[in-house]
Write a protein that binds this ligand. Structure first.
Ligand code: C5P
Length: 227
């Protein structure tokens, strides 16, 4: 299991400072909407300048018509990131189009599909998708697998069932991790590292539990020791 640290802080400087503090660790860094919109793609190179071995997950959750998504996917690939994501609810045609277009590129990034956001509870999810979270997350995962994607973003609670319904090597990445049972914040389906391990999660994403700590290095060290 690998640790992916979400760089969702209020300023670019804070994100870069955190990356500097964590530069000795073998970790992934996640750049999401906040940083990408504010700091533009320059941030990606700045992170690699801190440690060229940092792996970068660009969390922009593409969701549009197939051609627009495939164009965006190629642009993302040209930025040299290691992984990015799309929404599985954009549909199989869109996901297949993305994968077909990326085949033409040398060393394309890994592509994951978001199944159910970890901030949904059953009620909120049902209002939109008219199915329970686990059933729909597995359906979305099968769609993504059949479309040739590398894996999915899901809560830790769905990881094992998704692998059983697709392939054990189909990647699962789980946000909503509160490593040692910290506050849930806006997340509804949070899980600890122990649960993520039992559920065979490949990547855990941790944001606030690290960057809101007074000693982020210690938290990361403790997480890595427990992986
Ligand atoms: O601070 P916290 O650990 O809750 O951060 C979780 C991160 O994972 C955030 O950047 C959020 O946007 C992202 N994410 C999520 N649920 C998903 C996909 C991404 O929480 N399904």
């Amino acid at each position: 299991m690998k640790l992916c640290v979400a760089l969702d802080m209020a300023t670019k400087k804070q994100n870069l400072n955190l990356a500097k503090k964590l530069k000795e660790y073998d970790i992934w860094l996640k750049i999401g909407f906040r940083s990408y919109i504010r700091d533009t793609n320059i941030i990606l190179q700045e992170l690699k300048n801190i440690n060229e071995n940092f792996k970068i997950f660009l969390d922009l959750k593409l969701h549009d018509i197939p051609n627009t998504m495939a164009d965006a996917a190629c642009e993302i690939a040209s930025l040299g990131v290691d992984m990015f994501n799309v929404h599985a609810s954009s549909g199989k045609v869109a996901m297949q189009t993305v994968m077909q277009r990326l085949k033409q590129i040398k060393n394309p990034p890994l592509v994951l599909a978001v199944t159910a956001l970890t901030s949904f509870d059953q009620k909120g999810f049902y209002e939109i998708y008219h199915e329970d979270i686990q059933t729909k997350a597995i359906k979305f995962a099968k769609d993504s697998y059949e479309s040739g994607l590398d894996g999915v973003v899901c809560s830790a609670y769905e990881s094992k069932a998704i692998k059983e319904n697709t392939d054990k090597n189909f990647i699962t990445l789980s946000p909503g991790i509160r490593p040692f049972g910290e506050d849930k914040d806006d997340q509804k389906r949070v899980a600890t590292i122990d649960l993520a391990k039992k559920e065979l999660v490949d990547f855990i994403v941790v944001g606030r539990a690290i960057y809101n700590s007074n000693e982020p290095q210690k938290v990361v060290q403790k997480i890595i020791e427990s992986l």
